[in-house]
Design a protein around this ligand. Structure first.
Ligand code: EPU
Length: 357
């Protein structure tokens, strides 16, 4: 007998913001850490596939999933300490990220304001190191706690151990996330008491100038970010999407220089490692895919990097558009785009999706 917080044969459409239909064999609603421990020691859980789900906002569901989906709903947020330099805040994995950011601002602990409005849960924030408008979670992450579902043991990782990079972490890189090995239960952020605004991002600076704001308070920056996001990023409740569908590609500096010679307005950002990051949205727009549909999916008219589900899309539709866009960008610019969201696939389900395409 499975515990009462586990449901079987659950439609995942409401659990992924791109609204792709798929069925999970089991869906566990985790509201307390003890429920994770109960599952970890349950005989029917042993050896089964598992996947830890937050808000499902950075997820492409490829097909039916045989195994356990653990939907993290553990709530709680509190200040756990301070020293001369920092305030330390702990947030449970299931808290809504943007509500958490709003709470930090209301409580007088600024720092995370540029990250307001990012969909998803706090527990998912470190996995792809969420970022927006010149700030990344890694700028403030202090440590996290996770449960090793294979051993039933709690582990604590310092931010440094998480190997956070551009939309990347140990959880993605080592395959821990897809294997469902660890469930992040709590994340601790460390916010400097000496706050400084991060307003160099071009669009942010331009909007502040337009609004005539010279020395913005944290709440004003949050308002500006919210307004910018509303213009460019569709609300998944109105138009299902998974945020940026591709990463911004990093290329060799020489290649970037050659591309910029041919296309002087291509946005390019030199990286500390000597490579150059290009704007995938620009490449897609100039490969003529901005605002264009293929079947029930399309690249959003206000932000070419966002793949939207215009109604009734299935995984194979997403695959077809993804392929078409990647081919067009490669043909025109010689740049290979890599999808950004996590791909949840059951081996059988993925084969079916492929066969049906
Ligand atoms: N651009 C175009 N065409 C477009 C949209 C943008 O040419 O349709 C150009 C813009 O003019 C700009 C450049 O592309 O020069 C970059 O655009 P933008 O500032 O909108 O950001 P992005 O690189 O497209 C990244 C993140 C977003 C984040 C924004 C804002 C990635 C993959 N995406 O997008 O994050 O909100 O910056 O900071 O890094 C996400 O990860 O899901 C996400 C939405």
């Amino acid at each position: 007998m499975l515990p009462d917080f586990v449901a079987s044969q659950v439609d995942l459409t409401p659990y992924n913001t791109l609204a792709l239909p798929a069925r999970a064999e089991f869906l566990a609603h985790i509201q307390r850490i003890e429920q994770l421990a109960i599952l970890a020691s349950h005989p029917e859980f042993a050896g089964r596939r598992r996947f830890v789900l937050g808000g499902g906002s950075n997820l492409i569901v490829a097909g039916d999933f045989g195994g356990f989906v653990l939907r993290m709903g553990i709530l709680g947020k509190r200040r756990i300490g301070e020293d001369a330099t920092y305030t330390y805040l702990a947030v449970a994995a299931g808290e809504n990220w943007s509500d958490f950011v709003a709470w930090t601002l209301d409580s007088g602990w600024p720092g995370l304001e540029n990250l307001i409005g990012i969909p998803g849960t706090a527990g998912a924030a470190p996995i792809q190191n969420i970022g927006a408008y010149g700030v990344e979670a890694s700028d403030f992450l202090y440590r996290l706690t996770a449960l090793d579902l294979a051993r039933g043991e709690t582990i604590t990782l310092d931010a440094h151990d998480c190997a956070l990079g551009y939309r990347d972490s140990l959880f993605k890189r080592e395959g821990w996330h897809l294997s469902g090995r660890y469930a992040i239960t709590e994340v601790v952020f460390r916010l400097p008491k000496a706050w400084r605004p991060r307003i160099a991002y071009r669009e942010v600076a331009a909007k502040l100038a337009r609004d005539g704001i010279e020395n913005p308070a944290p709440a004003q920056i949050a308002q500006v970010i919210t307004a910018l996001r509303a213009q460019k990023l569709p609300d998944p409740r109105q138009l299902p999407n998974a945020g940026s569908f591709f990463q911004n590609p990093k290329v060799f500096a020489g290649f970037a220089a050659a591309l910029r010679h041919a296309h002087p307005d291509l946005p390019a950002y030199p990286q500390p490692d000597g490579s150059v990051k290009l704007a995938a949205a620009w490449l897609i727009e100039h490969a003529d895919w901005k605002g264009r549909n293929l079947g029930p999916v399309g690249m959003y008219e206000q932000q070419a990097l966002v793949l939207v589900n215009r109604g009734g899309a299935r995984f194979r539709d997403v695959q077809n558009l993804s392929r078409a866009v990647r081919e067009a960008v490669f043909a025109r610019f010689g740049v290979t785009l890599t999808p950004e969201p996590v791909l949840l696939q059951d081996d059988d389900g993925a084969e079916n999706a492929e066969a049906n395409a």
